[in-house]
Design a protein around this ligand. Structure first.
Ligand SMILES: CC(C)(COP(=O)(O)OP(=O)(O)OC[C@H]1O[C@@H](n2cnc3c(N)ncnc32)[C@H](O)[C@@H]1OP(=O)(O)O)[C@@H](O)C(=O)NCCC(=O)NCCS
Length: 178
């Protein structure tokens, strides 16, 4: 398999079953108990910012983005990100993250947050969110709460409990685009 055989596409409903399978393989049944999963239960993910990697007509990797709110702040939450075992360590995960970040920036999204490993996501542009600034609906290792700021000041506006943006009770505070 050559990397040149891998193509990247925006996600469509036709990819859903394969994506579910990839996430089940990557995260197991425990995925339903994760804090990020709980947030994603609050509403739909944003297909326009979500991407798949394809090879030979099959989905081999996926990244999804879901709009979230925390106080007056808004962001996209990146995840799940998963790559089929046979295709790991080929740069596909990094490429999907880069595509999701670029699409978010183009769409005028203020920031992207995630729960993940800093050694992986740090070089991709994510830094730790200060402890206590936001609260997840289920326990998480606070060292794994990371953010990528697109609009200056956007991460500082995230405060308190994180929920799906469709469930936000505090209006969004306007930020000036960079
Ligand atoms: C994590 C994952 C998405 C990475 O995707 P990938 O396409 O295999 O990774 P890439 O090719 O983009 O990057 C590979 C590099 O990342 C490193 N890496 C992979 N997972 C890592 C992790 N959890 N922490 C730190 N580094 C990691 C590899 O060691 C490799 O390093 P190198 O370039 O120095 O050799 C993939 O391994 C996966 O699906 N894992 C299971 C699900 C998961 O954990 N998802 C992330 C949730 S936070």
């Amino acid at each position: 398999m050559k990397l040149a055989d891998v193509t990247y596409l925006p996600e469509t409903p036709a990819h859903d079953l394969e994506i579910d399978d990839i996430n089940a393989e990557a995260f197991g049944p425990g995925r339903f108990a994760r804090a990020a999963y709980k947030i994603r239960e609050g509403g739909p993910h944003d297909r326009a910012l979500s991407f798949v990697a394809m090879q030979g007509g099959q989905v081999i990797a996926s990244v999804r983005m879901t709009p979230i709110a925390a106080g007056a702040g808004r962001a996209q939450m990146l995840g799940p990100l998963a790559v089929r075992p046979d295709f790991k360590n080929m740069g596909i995960g990094r490429k999907l993250v880069a595509m999701a970040l670029a699409a978010a920036a183009t769409a005028g999204e203020p920031a992207v947050v995630l729960v993940g490993d800093e050694p992986y996501y740090g070089p991709l542009g994510f830094v730790r969110i200060p402890r206590g600034q936001i609260e997840m609906p289920r326990p998480v290792d606070l060292n794994r709460l990371l953010a990528h700021e697109i609009v200056p000041g956007a991460v500082a506006q995230l405060a308190g409990e994180v929920c799906h943006a469709d469930l936000a009770t505090t209006p969004q505070l306007a930020l000036e685009s960079a």
